[in-house]
Design a protein around this ligand. Structure first.
Ligand SMILES: Nc1ncnc2c1ncn2[C@@H]1O[C@H](COP(=O)(O)OP(=O)(O)OP(=O)(O)O)[C@@H](O)[C@H]1O
Ligand SMILES: [Mg+2]
Length: 243
């Protein structure tokens, strides 16, 4: 579903941000991308949907090479959550944001209603749909972003810090939603407990490089590996006396 070969990227000349990244994500797989602040996680996700185009190497999503002529085909089937919800929501109300992609892809009114109802119910954001986005709290905006993604029933979901700002109830609900998804899912997050709960595999990044990849438990229980990359064990794997 996603494959990169020798992917490198720099925002400014001479400052490498991604360095020779080789990644392969299979259909229906759920993969967590972890790494300290500035490791390059968000940059990597943005490249997958064509938001950063001047990369080197080969990047394929759903078999399409990620380049301008394929952006529309890729974006129709790949849903991307920005780390900052303010970059994602731009319509006057939440409902219009949730409907936006569906209207853009000329879905029928019946299909739009069904998909929107499903997304609102799954996220529990019914009380928010007529609210202006600029009047919402951070967590409320996050919920609406999740609803906009679910409504399109994408083949691939790219989630950048999806649990940020969510209260414990909504965080748990999101974890249950992610677990139930049939889509291929890639999650960049510092919420290692959520990654442990939802993902099959983890990719650990540091300074634009892949340091390790493996099954969740193998990577997330390796204290030495995590700490040497400025991360800590998930809380659920930390002894009470150490918290
Ligand atoms: N628009 C930009 N121009 C220049 N440098 C940038 C830009 N965006 C990000 N960077 C730099 O690229 C590096 C990787 O940033 P990125 O946002 O991908 O990291 P991240 O792993 O998602 O971090 P975080 O955990 O803080 O979200 C950082 O050093 C950052 O300062
Ligand atoms: Mg980030």
């Amino acid at each position: 579903m996603i494959k990169t070969q020798n992917l490198s990227f720099e925002y400014e000349r001479g400052i490498p941000i991604l360095d020779s990244i080789d990644i392969s994500v299979q259909e229906h797989e759920k993969v967590g991308i972890i790494g300290a602040n500035g490791a390059g996680k968000s940059t990597l996700l943005k490249i997958f949907v064509g938001l950063l185009d001047k990369y080197h190497g080969d990047v394929r999503v759903l078999g399409y090479s990620v380049e301008k002529k394929n952006y529309a085909k890729i974006r129709e089937q790949v849903s991307y959550m920005f780390q900052d919800s303010d970059n994602q929501l731009f319509m006057p109300t939440a409902l219009e944001d949730i409907e936006f992609a569906l209207r853009n892809y000329k879905k029928s009114e019946q299909e739009i209603k069904q998909s929107v109802d499903y997304a609102i119910k799954a996220t529990g954001c019914a009380d928010l749909i007529n609210k202006s986005v600029w009047k919402m709290s951070g967590g409320e905006k996050k919920l609406v972003c999740i609803a906009t993604m679910l409504a399109t029933k994408p083949k691939i979901m790219l989630l950048d810090e999806p649990t940020n700002s969510l209260d414990p109830f909504n965080r748990k609900n999101l974890i249950d939603i992610i677990k139930s998804l049939k889509s291929t899912v890639v999650i960049a997050s510092h919420d290692l407990d959520m990654i442990l709960d939802t993902c099959d595999r983890v990719i650990l990044m540091n300074n634009g490089k892949i340091i390790a990849t493996g099954e969740c438990m193998e990577i997330l229980s390796n204290r030495e590996l995590l700490e040497s990359n400025r991360l800590l064990l998930p809380i659920s794997l930390t002894k009470k006396s150490e918290l």
